[in-house]
Design a protein around this ligand. Structure first.
Ligand code: SF4
Ligand code: SF4
Length: 145
């Protein structure tokens, strides 16, 4: 059994197509949705764990790409450089999952990585560039292999 966590990005053209259900039916794969978000411009980001035989997995990923879905393995994560963060709050308005929020009464901006969908919207929104995307160790794999 082959099992990986993937980040799927759907354009607004394919966001309403049942591609994930088709994926399960046609390629005999099972999936668990870990996080799903519709972004402000109606794009969708979904983090899911996909399992099945390696061959079905590869064919399933090819199917997603053919449907116009951007597929990445979850080998990236968002980190905040706490030394750079000024707690200005600019990132909160763009974060679609509530991973960035204000803690009251201290008025500090908290980053909850468990809620982060790695959509990267906070990176350009942060004036001192405290939010960074970086590779996760131990989860790298190659879709072509
Ligand atoms: S990448 Fe940034 S904006 Fe996107 S969910 Fe994570 S913390 Fe929120
Ligand atoms: S935008 Fe950047 S500096 Fe401002 S609260 Fe968010 S992470 Fe901190």
């Amino acid at each position: 059994m082959y099992s990986k966590i993937l980040v799927l990005r759907f354009s607004n053209k394919v966001v309403h197509n049942p591609v994930v259900c088709t994926l399960a039916k046609e390629f005999d794969l099972t999936f668990t949705i870990l996080n799903a978000t519709i972004l402000p411009r109606k794009e969708g980001v979904m983090v899911l764990e996909l399992s099945g035989s390696k061959n079905n997995f590869k064919n399933g990923v090819k199917y997603l790409k053919d449907q116009g879905v951007n597929v990445k393995n979850a080998s990236q994560e968002i980190k905040r450089d706490d030394k750079k963060c000024t707690h200005c709050g600019a990132c909160i308005a763009v974060c679609p999952t509530g991973a960035l929020y204000i803690q009251r009464p201290e008025m500090l901006v908290v980053f909850d990585q468990q809620k982060c969908s790695v959509c990267e919207l906070c990176i350009p929104a942060c004036p001192p560039r405290a939010m960074k995307v970086r590779p996760k160790t131990g989860m790298i794999f190659d879709f072509q292999s």
